[in-house]
Design a protein. Sequence first.
Length: 328
Amino acid sequence: MIEENRAPWQPTWSAGEAAGGMPYNAVSGKGYSGANALYLSMAKVLNGYADDRWLTFKQAQDLGANIRKGERGTTLPKWLELAEKDGAQDKGSDKNDDKKQKRMVPILFTVFNADQCEGLAPAPQRKQLTEMERHEQCEKLLADSGVEIVYAGTQPCYIPGWDRIIVPKREDFAKIDLFYSVALHELGHASGHKSRLDRDLSGKFGSESYAREELNAEIFSFMVGQRLQIGHDGAQHAAYLQHWVKIVRDDPKAILTACRNAEKMCDFLGIAKYEHEATPKVERTQEQANAHTATHDQERVVAIPANARPVPARQRGQDRAQDFGMAM
């Protein structure tokens, strides 16, 4: 999508519209984060889903619902940090080094959008902020950051050497939401100052380092626009698209790194993830429950040949996962 001169995280809604939202789990009500949030946002747009809720096959069943036959799930990684002992010996020492090295291990799981479900209760309505409420929370974020902001000129920017943000005056913007979107984009850059998250801000315009930092800030802006309901102006990224194409080609993990950085920026600046009400469970009568079970039992009936050989447990797990659209 980047190669087609459009970023995959571009939202299809404007500031304050009820349609906008970040993906969240239907059972816990908690928003997904990092690359998973971006990936599910893209999946929602590409598949034409209208619901922001996602859940696993079992979670759908626990809520009294089911996944429609033939639907394919979206596989996501959950990263776990594991510690393992390093058996190598230190030079000049006969003792083993007991220091533990940490490594990240992905555990794959599959979720389905609420639009792929049958019998799921409607999503609890999220409170839509008024224009005043949106702007008040943006002002508080800017003030709480402690970064100096100068309202002047025509070109917004962040100057690391001075630790200063320069943004045109509010009246120079077509909408006040756009003003805050731009100001918070620059605040995202400011979070990388050596006294804060200490990212590489040394790159000059046109360099790979500069483009990587813009990718961090662009995904951060998308997340902020969704979470604060101020929208996101994708026109600002046009100058960097071809740089991003090259970066992603050379380093396929660049998007994941940028998503991780963007989430750290949100956490550091106190921009909370979505918190929604959990989806209520649909209570079924005993007759409905029996009919539901019978229907799915019939779908699982398979003719077993007389000469069939037992399938190893691992293979059975793979077959079961493939039924649900999972990758093992």
